[in-house]
Design a protein around this ligand. Structure first.
Ligand SMILES: [Zn+2]
Length: 266
């Protein structure tokens, strides 16, 4: 079974991955097509003006998102309306990043339809006996890797088949304690299953700068299956719009403009 030893509420992943990005070695050139960072969280440190300045400096458009649901700021239609209204004044795509299954029931369809995109990841894993395991917490232990993979894959399946989302975030991310076994745990059938489910509902795949997932094999297979991609930093600081892994993988996998996600048309 899975033993979860870390259950504190942190305002999601960016805290664990909030370190300043380091520029080691030569950075890969920006692709020739227009680039958007679809995973930017505003914060006291990253105001909308600061984010826009970083985007301009780095030649990258921005997609701003926030978490809806309990423990977060957006809980009602009124909250969501205010959030969309505030951001519409700025040249950014407006997104939402739900964390819990069934989150959309709290909001009207009409209002959700005004968003440019919805991104969801599978990192807040429900436990069978209630509560959640936060996969990005470095102190969480996993006694049985295969049992974990079974629960994790099931949860991913639920997200990709039932949730009204456009982008699957942090795909194939593994907790630090078992990350070294990535290539054994992400077997070909498991990878192909995720790709099939995403393809069935035209859900795009996030290439995640903070955690360097998914890997080249996954991206190549997803590309062959016709899936679209986004780049995302999951930042709430000066890392916004700063890409290295995403650019490298785009180059290695030969991604072109036609492989990239396009937000919903209004
Ligand atoms: Zn996020």
């Amino acid at each position: 079974m899975i033993a979860a030893s870390a259950m504190t509420w942190a305002p999601h992943f960016s805290r664990a991955f909030g370190a300043t990005s380091g520029d080691f070695g030569a950075s890969t050139a920006k692709p020739s097509f227009p680039v958007t960072d679809y995973h930017v969280h505003l914060s006291p440190e990253l105001t909308i003006d600061k984010a826009l300045a970083l985007g301009k400096e780095r030649g990258v458009q921005l997609g701003v998102l926030e978490h809806p649901g309990p423990n977060f700021a957006i809980r009602t239609d009124a909250d969501l309306k205010q959030y969309i209204g505030t951001l519409r004044k700025y040249p950014v795509q407006i997104g939402l990043q739900p964390v819990y299954l069934g989150w959309s029931k709290a909001f009207s369809k009409d209002l959700l339809g005004q968003l440019d995109y919805i991104l969801m990841d599978a990192l807040t894993l429900p436990k069978r006996d209630g509560g959640y395991i936060e996969l990005w917490q470095v102190t969480t232990q996993y006694d049985d890797e295969q049992a974990f993979m079974h629960c994790y894959t099931e949860f991913i399946e639920q997200i990709l088949t039932t949730e009204p989302i456009d982008i699957f975030g942090w795909p194939t991310f593994l907790p630090v304690a078992i990350a070294r076994d990535y290539s054994q745990l992400w077997t070909r059938p498991r990878i192909e299953h995720i790709i099939e489910l995403a393809a069935a509902r035209k859900i795009a795949i996030e290439i995640n700068e903070a955690s360097h997932v998914p890997d080249e094999t996954f991206i190549q297979l997803a590309k062959q299956a016709g899936l679209k991609f986004t780049f995302g930093t999951d930042s709430r600081n000066q890392n916004a719009a700063h890409f290295s892994y995403c650019y490298q993988l785009a180059q290695k996998c030969g991604l072109t403009e036609s492989d990239m996600f396009v937000p919903r048309k209004k």
